[in-house]
Design a binder for this molecule. Structure first.
Ligand code: PLP
Ligand code: COI
Length: 341
């Protein structure tokens, strides 16, 4: 199969229209069988639930070309089950998990010409999403929904690739206790837009959100979970009911323990103790692991010993191991890679 003529190595994290997308409609209480289409336009009522009350959830995952030329996705079963959790929380019908995985496979396969080659530094980002599509004016769930998947080839999420980031402690909250922080709903991202623009305007790459209840504990950023490395080399990640349960983070904790023999701990992390860590990273599908060099807390700087030039040594090992598994250079744990072709 011939690849598209794309400058893979210079892609940013943006949208490139590809040839095919998957669509399935939910009507009269059931999902139809779905179809692959070349039509990238969505036509819905002006009063659709998604437009009026933001009834929409999504997922983010990637397809990779492995060293031996296969196309694989990484743990799509976990995206399927997280999307089901997100849908239930917003009173939306669940797109069956086995059908979700099959639709991901079919959409990637249909767009195989857009899967970046091994070693290019780019990957194929996969965006499953669904939304309420029929008219809703009283505040209630829609009766009709559309589930869709599109794909787009992407490069690094943060400009500058793996250069350490400078982030700030945000005065805005991301998620309320008992709210929707633990699901992947569009509304969580809409409310982060002002905070991220404000951070960028002030020269920061991202926001560190604290727990909204006490504002003493580290939660996550707008699009990634935190990993910290202690001076003794232990991997620590914040535990909270209001952060998104990152599949990358869960995978990295496993990799740290089982592949690298590191001690791992998921626990509440107080802002107060962040200055004592040796390394800090942001992890997620888009972010992979992006190192943090500096955190600014209202003018007070926390500078990690790993510095502003390169990833810390433990973060680097985690990065190499995870990407090694995803690109087929290292053996993956049973069931982590779904081979597409
Ligand atoms: N946290 C937030 C708020 C996110 O949007 C994402 C991205 O999906 C993550 C964390 C990372 O999750 P994952 O590793 O499953 O991509
Ligand atoms: C992802 O990592 O897949 C995400 O959805 C994060 C998003 C902010 C791009």
């Amino acid at each position: 199969m011939e690849k598209k003529n794309i400058d893979w190595s210079n892609l940013g994290f943006g949208y490139v229209k590809t040839d095919y997308r998957f669509v399935s409609d939910f009507k009269d209480g059931k999902w139809d069988e779905g179809r692959m289409t070349e039509d990238d336009k969505v036509v819905i009522s002006e009063c659709a639930g998604v437009l009026q009350y933001a009834q929409t959830v999504f997922e983010g995952m990637k397809a990779y070309t492995t060293q031996d030329g296969r196309i694989v996705t990484f743990r799509p079963d976990l995206n399927a089950s997280r999307m089901a959790d997100s849908a239930r929380r917003l009173e939306m019908p669940v797109f069956p998990e086995d059908r979700f995985i099959q639709a991901v496979v079919d959409t990637v396969k249909a767009n195989a010409a857009y899967v970046p080659p091994y070693g290019s530094g780019a990957t194929l980002y996969i965006r499953p999403y669904m939304f309420g599509s029929n008219p809703v004016i009283g505040v209630k769930p829609a009766d009709e929904y559309q589930f869709r998947i599109f794909v787009t080839p992407v490069g690094p999420y943060f400009k500058g690739g793996v250069k350490p980031l400078t982030i700030r402690v945000s005065d805005f909250d991301r998620a309320a206790p008992h709210g929707t922080g633990h699901i992947k709903a569009g509304l969580n991202y809409a409310m982060s837009l002002h905070a991220i623009m404000d951070a960028h305007n002030q020269g920061f790459d991202e926001n560190m959100y604290l727990d909204a209840g006490t504002r003493t504990k580290v939660e996550e950023t707008g699009g990634a979970n935190f990993l910290f490395i202690t001076k003794e080399g232990k991997v620590v990640t914040p535990k909270s009911n209001s952060i998104l349960p990152s599949i990358t983070r869960r995978s990295l904790m496993y990799v740290a323990k089982e592949y690298l023999g590191l001690e791992v701990e998921e626990r509440e992390v107080y802002l107060e103790e962040v200055k004592d860590f040796a390394e800090c990273g942001l992890c997620g599908t888009a972010a992979v692991i992006s190192p943090v060099g500096k955190i600014v807390d209202h003018g007070k700087e926390i500078c990690f010993p790993s510095g502003m030039e390169a990833m810390g040594p433990v973060t680097q090992k985690l990065y190499d191991t995870l990407t090694g598994i995803q690109m087929g250079r290292l053996e993956a744990p049973e069931g982590w890679l779904k081979v597409i072709e």
